[in-house]
Design a protein around this ligand. Structure first.
Ligand SMILES: Nc1ncnc2c1ncn2[C@@H]1O[C@H](COP(=O)(O)OP(=O)(O)OP(=O)(O)O)[C@@H](O)[C@H]1O
Ligand SMILES: [Mg+2]
Length: 478
């Protein structure tokens, strides 16, 4: 459960926030002054701070600076009133995650809170390299001992300690995001922010202002200045995920950032110097995009200097068993079930399958066999069912459809049923329903909960239970 500290001198507001956010499933701490808040930052393990700018005694900006000095990776969201945004903007320049304006729009605020928590997790949860399954506890790990993966670890080692721009390439599901996080964590900037921008998840017209920020009046609706992610990450690292999908007008600005280390806010005249390290990833065929004029040549050559290629899973089949054991132990622990193990015959099928969706697909497959498992070691039938069902749980995309579900029901009943057949059938429907709701809402849990008629904490616990994760990226391996 995530712990959020609210620092505000307004008793009423603190109380209503506490009530609202507790109901959303967060663990809440409160402080009425900057000084009291700082004590909690020093003594408690927090995941997020929501900080009011107008405080008696130590003011909001001073409080932010002190928090940031103690815990640079603890995300802070600033609360501020219309007309007094200047200091909030100042705080975002200094690295605050974002600010929200009073009076609050609650659904928007909940989205910002989720984003900030995720950014904090990215910065703080380590990615182990070359880990041994079962030994890395709850940590995320890059698994694989094959030669191609050994080369990847070496490359991560070489590029981490430099400030070089790194382009991470490879098919969908090969672990590009995981590698970006590992590079950051092993870099000299690992005590500074790490911000992820997914170039396909953000609509084209918003991407530019998200990255570069804007000045008041830059466009209709720009009622105040906004600091972009690149400026916010000053001193740190920005990960441009799915860069192959970035519109070319923005590509030009990224090139300029790489060459001149400066940006301009939209509608602004000042050139702002920034010191950020850029990591980028794509599963697109950039050479084809180049030939078709969809990707700028100058940016392509600038980015490709340091390229890290991730091998598709079918080219490192020796790692399949290791990955399978890792996913079995990780997902069974997360789902709170016993690890049923797997038969040699089932492993053989996994080793032979081509895995077009790479490690992600293997992970989904194992997760599915666990959802429907009734205690016996994973068998070839379980695997075949999980693969042919092709319900991409994570992407929420096409699932088995009525026929698939009916076939599954018939198989289960004719196989003699089981103690928990009813429950596991309900689980299957529930997980499909929730994936679909997440897909439709673009991964927005608040809206998905509303669609499903569930409270957010209930939805949250089900997402954890079924290990559903919605990734907004559009997959293509052209
Ligand atoms: N070597 C690995 N060891 C353990 N888990 C891995 C490994 N590679 C990928 N994964 C897991 O597979 C899933 C997909 O990985 P990731 O998101 O990094 O892929 P990607 O290359 O960014 O894919 P896409 O191009 O579709 O965005 C994640 O859940 C990740 O944790
Ligand atoms: Mg990715």
């Amino acid at each position: 459960m995530s712990t959020i500290l609210i620092i505000d001198d307004d008793d009423q507001l603190r109380k209503s926030f506490e009530k609202l956010l507790s109901a959303e499933g967060y663990d809440i701490r409160c402080a009425a002054s900057g000084e009291a808040g700082l004590k909690l930052v020093e003594t408690e393990s927090l995941d997020l701070v929501v900080l009011d700018m107008r405080l008696p005694g130590m003011n909001g900006l001073e409080t932010f600076e002190a928090i940031h000095a103690i815990e640079p990776k603890l995300p802070v969201i600033i609360m501020t009133a219309y007309g007094t945004t200047e200091t909030a903007i100042e705080a975002t320049k200094l690295g605050a995650f974002d600010y929200i304006l009073k009076p609050f729009d609650i659904p928007d605020m909940l989205v910002v809170i989720e984003e900030a928590l995720e950014a904090g997790r990215f910065m703080r949860s380590p990615v182990d390299m070359n880990a041994v399954p079962g030994q890395q506890g709850v940590r995320e790990a890059i698994i694989g001992r094959s030669k191609p993966m050994q080369d990847v670890y070496k490359a991560i080692g070489r590029v981490s300690s430099t400030d070089a721009t790194v382009l991470i390439r490879g098919e969908s599901g090969t672990g590009k995001e995981l590698v970006a996080r590992a590079i950051y964590q092993h870099s000299l900037r690992n005590d500074k922010p790490f911000l992820v921008i997914n170039c396909v998840a953000i609509p084209e017209n918003l991407l530019e202002s998200e990255l570069f920020g804007y000045e008041r009046g830059a466009f209709t609706g720009a009622s105040h200045r906004r600091v972009g992610k690149i400026e916010q990450a000053n001193g740190g690292t920005v990960f441009l995920d799915e860069i192959g999908d970035m519109p070319s007008s923005i590509q030009a600005k990224i090139l300029r950032l790489l060459q001149e280390k400066s940006i301009e806010r939209l509608g602004g005249r000042d050139t702002i110097s920034v010191d950020v390290r850029i990591l980028a990833a794509t599963n697109r065929n950039l050479e084809k995009a180049l030939a078709e004029g969809r990707f700028r040549e100058d940016l392509y050559y600038r980015l490709k200097v340091v390229t890290l290629w991730l091998p598709p899973l079918r080219e490192r089949r020796d790692d399949i068993e290791l990955l399978t054991r890792y996913f079995l132990s990780r997902y069974s622990r997360e789902m709170g079930v016993d690890n049923p193990g797997i038969t040699a015959e089932a492993l053989q099928i996994l080793r032979q399958y081509p895995w077009p969706g790479n490690v992600r697909e293997l992970g989904n497959c194992i997760q599915k066999t666990l959802i429907f498992n009734r205690g016996a070691p994973i068998s070839p039938e379980d695997i075949n069912q999980a693969i042919s069902g092709q319900g991409n749980v994570e992407g929420g995309g096409a699932f088995a459809g009525d026929e698939g579900v009916q076939q599954w029901i018939v198989n289960a009943l004719t196989a003699g049923g089981s103690d928990n057949l009813f429950e596991s059938c309900m689980d299957r429907f529930a997980s499909m329903l929730i994936s679909e709701a997440l897909r439709i809402t673009g991964g927005n849990r608040s809206r998905a909960a509303k669609l499903l008629g569930l409270s957010r904490p209930t939805l949250h616990s089900k997402i954890e239970k079924y290990h559903l994760k919605f990734e907004t990226s559009v997959k293509e391996t052209s």
